[in-house]
Design a protein around this ligand. Sequence first.
Ligand SMILES: NC(=O)c1ccc[n+]([C@@H]2O[C@H](COP(=O)([O-])OP(=O)(O)OC[C@H]3O[C@@H](n4cnc5c(N)ncnc54)[C@H](OP(=O)(O)O)[C@@H]3O)[C@@H](O)[C@H]2O)c1
Length: 231
Amino acid sequence: MKSIAILGTGGVGQTLASKFLDLGHKIMLGTRNVENKLSETTKDQYGNLPFKEWFATNKGVKLGTLKEAAAFGEIILNATKGSESINALKAVEQKDLEGKILIDIANPLDFSMGMPPRLIPELCNTNSLAEEIQRTFPKTRVVKTLNTMWSGLMINPGLVNKGDHDIFVCGNDPEAKEEVKKILKSFGWSGENILDLGDISAARATEMYLPLWLRISAATNFKPMNLRIVN
Ligand SMILES: NC(=O)c1ccc[n+]([C@@H]2O[C@H](COP(=O)([O-])OP(=O)(O)OC[C@H]3O[C@@H](n4cnc5c(N)ncnc54)[C@H](OP(=O)(O)O)[C@@H]3O)[C@@H](O)[C@H]2O)c1
């Protein structure tokens, strides 16, 4: 059993928190303002229920500020809006990030011009959000994964092709990647379907897959889908 912090209270944060709770871990979600989060009454942009309704049915999940969550977690997940992730991480005590594994799930998307979103120019091609996080917090062990699929599939790979489809992992710290692979296996991913793409610069590729994923998803009626590598 581990203490796990998830920064981000949207659909991804909620889905992963429920799964970690089921697996017997201790969970704290981090938000900018606890009171505001609990007083939200509307569904989010994806139609998810107001946070407090989900929170009421997930007894055992703690809710704290970003700072409190980072202090709580032995492992930290970044599930914040990609354009805001660096600021969200800067809001926590830096000592609470040092030496810890940070699983980065966020994608650097810009929704300001409508749908489909664009990639943020400064965070693609020759850079990525995960690299920017690693550069900004050099003592944190950043591992990028889970960002290439819908959140429901992250924790339930069996929803598609009997679980035979692929997930990517990258990061500079080999031990951190092994720990993260164990977490993925606990979600139901088979070792054969976990593809290690190398160091953190590989996040450029997985983040830049987003525009293709969103187009495929729209062209296939938004059914859960993923990539299966064949050769
Ligand atoms: N939805 C999916 O299936 C999916 C799949 C793969 C990857 N992702 C990525 O996972 C991340 C989370 O996605 P999501 O759909 O759960 O929700 P989201 O709407 O992209 O992000 C929600 C979270 O971002 C935080 N946030 C928003 N503006 C902020 C700001 N100015 N400063 C600090 N934090 C801010 C919110 O904080 P508060 O709690 O304070 O409101 C909230 O916790 C995103 O980067 C997304 O691209 C999503």
